[in-house]
Design a protein around this ligand. Structure first.
Ligand SMILES: [Zn+2]
Length: 277
């Protein structure tokens, strides 16, 4: 793929709105508007890189993330998802585009210009109603637009849907998460045909254990669609404690493979999301 598919500078309209509607930065709390210059720069320079939950759930495709789920990025994702800060969809979607681009460069086959189909992991219906929007679908549309601008053909399509409620995943280990999610997603009726002759890239805002992405890949595979790669804005990286002893949380962490496997691990609580990944 064209290496020029890098993040683009912010749209002038965004800058204008920030001037007209000043506020605190959702990333760092400074007075620099909804997204301060520094946090914007941190997002826009985030390179897509491979990440791997440890252990990976069965069926998880290779995953690429733009950045760590830490610091300003955590605040920005939460503000967009839970507080309806919709203008953050543009910078977050551009970050997602860099992850998709890295995934496409490494993980997709052939040089033929097969259009990408970004398939967002769906939120629970109740969460969409409560939030008033589907945050991951919104990010997927922005990412697809950015990729098209960079010459990578493709679009986003919400072909997956939840088919049953799942229990809150917080506090569940990796195996329990897999059981909780098994069969929870399905391809929408009539949507399977739209998956043909497309390079499917599963997209989500966050990867934690990979259980949700694995379930989404299973649902797509059930209608014959291959999912060679997945991409997210951010990946959690969990520290398991420094005792050297086995830790019950060992089954619930994501490892970043760039540079050093232990870089930048954090230990954030995982109750940020109604749908832990
Ligand atoms: Zn900031």
């Amino acid at each position: 793929m064209d290496p020029a598919a890098a993040p683009r500078p912010a749209r002038p309209l965004d800058a204008l709105l920030d001037l007209l509607l000043p506020g605190r930065c959702a990333g760092c709390g400074s007075d620099g508007g909804q997204l301060c210059t520094r946090c914007r720069a941190a997002l826009e320079t985030a390179p897509g890189h491979p990440v791997r939950p440890d252990p990976p759930p069965p069926g998880l495709p290779p995953v690429y993330a733009a950045t760590e789920y830490a610091g300003p990025v955590r605040g920005l994702l939460l503000a967009h998802k839970e507080r309806g800060a919709l203008r953050l969809a543009d910078p977050l979607g551009r970050a997602l585009a860099t992850a998709v681009h890295a995934a496409a460069a490494d993980g997709l086959t052939g040089r033929a210009p097969i259009p990408l189909l970004l398939v967002p992991v769906p939120s629970a219906r109740r969460a969409v109603r409560a939030r008033g929007h589907d945050p991951v679908h919104r990010l997927a549309r922005v990412a697809a637009r950015e990729l098209r601008r960079a010459g990578v053909p493709g679009r986003a399509a919400a072909v997956l849907r939840p088919v049953r409620p799942v229990a809150d995943q917080a506090g569940l280990g990796a195996a329990d998460r897999r059981r909780n999610l098994a069969g929870a997603l399905a391809v929408r009726p009539g949507a399977a045909a739209g998956l043909r002759h497309r390079q499917v890239v599963l997209v989500d805002d966050l990867v934690t254990t990979g259980a949700t992405l694995a379930e989404a890949a299973r649902a797509l595979g059930a209608v014959g669609a291959q999912v060679p790669v997945a991409a997210t804005v951010a990946a959690t990286a969990r520290r398991t404690g420094g005792t050297g002893r086995p830790d019950r949380n060992r089954t619930d962490r994501t490892r970043t493979d760039r540079n050093h496997p232990d870089r930048n691990r954090t230990g954030h609580a995982r109750r940020d999301h109604a749908r832990p990944r």
